[in-house]
Each structure stands twice: as structure tokens, then as C-alpha cells.
Design a protein around this ligand. Structure first.
Ligand SMILES: Cc1ncc(COP(=O)(O)O)c(C=O)c1O
Length: 379
């Protein structure tokens, strides 16, 4: 009898966490490494939010809460757990889940772990990495249970305008058995006057089959607090709570009270942080486009860029290794210049790589100079 579950054959570890761990290990070994792999703001959690947590501790709000959290939605230990609960609560063997690619690395793995079939639909740079209505129409089958939308997107930063999203919801209205899981984690991180919208705002006809997921990790700089939440049809939320009740129970009570302050308290730090993010985005896009063989689109949201490295494929790195795919590009870049990025193939579309620019300007400038040098040295 095998000791490990067969479910493990269906999943692989997160590529983004693997790159972050590798960069950390190289740093610990004394290498000068700049890690641009992690999707985590470098800004600290605002003081009023920390204070709310301290007050919660002092007030004895340190007990179990309701499984689904203190408000009338489901609250989990990060958006990650909420998405996982939703899939575990609804997927039966063979159910298909449409996932526009490039996608956040965890979507297909979670679907597979739940016993479903991820159905990636490639969205090219030519279309701004956004799902086209006709491609969606073609991907839908009688087995389609969910489509997972993420705007602004991890890993591309692409954000759907209201009109673009309406074109998608128009297709979905015609397919009443398809549910919509929308991951709005980067809602507040938009630039250039972009206006964020979500399917539940646009199409009331989808309201009864839409799960809207969000969290405090990104805009509120609270990755370590582990709070995510979702709103959706009561029956679905109840099923998700059942999964959570027999796995982790409620998320940390103190983090929940801190999140209440994050969501209801002053929001003025968000535009301040966004101004810094926008400047960093512009810096990185401009510097990467000066690197030989790199082509970097300018996204409207999140804190990622997703440049193509197609122009470097077939060239030889300083180590003598030929760059045959984006994974080689990323490995050789880390080896030669100590810059850690994540290969696009991990997100379902290559040859490309993802840079998280949620790190200080001097590191970004240094990293982009190193990337320019690395690309210039390819033969
Ligand atoms: C698109 C997307 N969804 C969900 C998450 C999960 O975030 P958390 O579990 O920290 O709320 C992340 C984190 O990287 C993400 O990028």
C-alpha cells in the first residue's frame, strides 16, 4: 500500500515559492541576489491596522470565532484558502474549470487536487493577455463547472475594462451551468486612471452563480496576516464553510479584527503606495525594453510585468548553455547575475518571465541593469 496519497501525483509545488526559496538560499550562502519572485509588497502594514490587532489582543478577542469568520461572508486564512474551499466544495471528478493563461500558478493545481480538469485557454500578449469572447465560447463544454477570472492579473498585470468584461459576461449568460469565480485580489492596485470592475457589478444575471473573492494581502500590505474573504450564493458559502469547519476552522481572530480596521479604516495610504508602484512599473518597463531580446508590455494593474524573452531563445549564456526555453533563461540569469524571476511556462505561457516590482527602486534599477547586461552578453 503506498504511503502517499495519489492526489499528490496531480499537483506540483508552487514555482513562485520555489524561486523565492532558491533566492533566499543563495543569499544565505553569501551571493548578492535580488529576488523579484515573490508577490508581496515591501511596504509595512499601516500602523492603524497593527494597532487594531493589538487592541483585539488586549480586549480578549483571542477565542475561536464562527468558522466562516466574524462578518456575514466567508473569511478564510488568505484568499488562497477561500479559493481552495470553493473548488473542494464543488468539483466532482471530470468537472472542467476554464482558466485563462497566463494564470496564477495555484489555480490549475487546486483544480487538479480537487479532482477536476483544468482547461487553460491561452491569451496572448497581442490581446493584452486577456480572454477573448470567442475563445471562451469554444472552451465551454457540458462539463464546464467554473471559469476563474483574475483582474488585475497575477502574473501579467492585465486588467479588463468594463466593456471587455461585459463581452465575457455576455458569453457566460448564454451558458447557465457555468459558474464564475472572480479573484479580485488586486482590485485596488490599478494605475493610469483605470477603473476596476467585477462581473457581479456588470451582469446581474450572473449574480446567483458568481463567487467574488478578495483579500487584504496585497493592497493592505498584510500578506502574513492570512485573511481572504468571499461573497456568493448562500448555499455555496455554506458548503465552503463545511470544508473549512473540518480543516482549519476560523482564521486567526486577531487578524480578522485587524482586517476589519483595514477595510473600514482610512484608505489614504493606498493612492500613496500606488503612486510608488506606478513609478516602479514605468521604471521596470522602460529598462526591460532596453534589454536585447526582451519585449515588455505595460500593464494597468497589480505589481507584475510579464516580458517576453523570445528574442533570447537559441542564444548561448556565459556558462556555455544554450537558452532553449524560458526556464533556461531564468536559471542562467540567476546563475550569471543573481536576479531571481519566475519563468512564464509556470504560468502557462512562454517564453516569458514574471517580475514582481513590489520592491525598492534601487533594487529594481540594479536588477534591470543586470538583466540588460545578461541579455547583452548572450551570444
Ligand atoms: C491572483 C492571486 N489570488 C490569490 C492570492 C492569494 O493571496 P492570499 O492567500 O495571501 O490572500 C494571490 C497571492 O499571490 C494571488 O496572486
Amino acid at each position: 500500500m503506498p504511503f502517499l496519497s495519489a492526489a499528490l501525483d496531480r499537483v506540483k509545488p508552487s514555482a513562485t515559492i520555489a524561486v523565492t526559496d532558491k533566492a533566499r538560499a543563495l543569499k544565505a550562502a553569501g551571493r548578492n541576489v535580488i529576488g523579484l519572485g515573490a508577490g508581496e509588497p515591501d511596504f509595512d502594514t499601516p500602523a492603524n491596522i497593527k494597532l487594531a490587532a493589538i487592541h483585539a489582543i488586549e480586549a480578549g478577542k483571542t477565542k475561536y470565532t464562527d468558522v466562516g469568520g466574524i462578518p456575514e461572508i466567508i473569511v478564510g486564512s488568505g484568499g488562497k484558502q477561500v479559493l481552495y474551499n470553493a473548488l473542494m466544495a464543488t468539483i466532482n471528478p471530470g468537472d472542467e474549470v476554464i482558466i485563462p493563461a497566463p494564470y496564477w500558478v495555484s489555480y490549475p493545481e487546486m483544480v487538479a487536487l480537487a479532482g477536476g480538469e483544468p482547461v487553460p485557454v491561452v491569451c496572448t500578449a497581442e490581446h493584452g493577455f486577456k480572454l477573448q469572447p470567442d475563445a471562451l465560447e469554444k472552451a465551454i463544454t457540458p462539463k464546464t463547472k467554473w471559469i476563474i477570472l483574475c483582474s488585475p492579473s497575477n502574473p501579467t498585470g492585465a486588467a479588463y475594462s468594463r466593456a471587455e468584461l461585459k463581452a465575457i459576461t455576455d458569453v457566460l449568460v448564454k451558458h447557465p451551468s457555468v459558474w464564475v469565480m472572480t479573484d479580485d485580489m488586486y482590485e485596488h492596485l490599478v494605475y493610469d486612471d483605470f477603473v476596476f470592475t467585477t462581473p457581479a457589478q456588470i451582469e446581474p444575471k450572473l449574480y446567483d452563480r458568481t463567487l467574488t473573492v478578495n483579500g487584504v494581502s496585497k493592497a493592505y500590505c498584510m500578506t502574513g496576516w492570512r485573511i481572504g474573504y468571499a461573497g456568493g450564493p448562500a448555499e455555496l458559502i455554506k458548503a465552503m464553510q463545511t470544508i473549512q469547519s473540518q480543516s482549519t476552522s476560523n482564521p486567526c481572530s486577531i487578524s480578522q479584527w485587524a482586517s476589519v480596521e483595514a477595510l473600514n479604516g482610512p484608505q489614504d495610504f493606498i493612492p500613496v503606495n500606488n503612486k510608488a508602484f506606478k513609478e516602479r512599473r514605468d521604471l521596470v518597463v522602460s529598462m526591460l525594453n532596453q534589454a536585447k531580446g526582451i519585449d515588455c508590455p505595460r500593464p494597468q494593474g497589480a505589481f507584475y510585468v510579464y516580458p517576453s524573452c523570445a528574442g533570447t531563445i537559441g542564444k548561448t549564456a556565459p556558462s556555455g548553455k544554450v537558452i532553449a526555453k524560458d526556464e533556461d533563461f531564468v536559471t542562467e540569469l540567476l546563475e550569471a547575475e543573481g536576479v531571481a524571476v519566475v519563468q512564464g511556462s509556470a504560468f502557462g505561457l512562454g517564453p516569458a518571465f514574471r517580475i514582481s516590482y513590489a520592491t525598492k527602486n534601487s533594487d529594481l534599477e540594479d536588477a534591470c541593469n543586470r538583466i540588460q547586461r545578461f541579455c547583452g552578453n548572450l551570444r
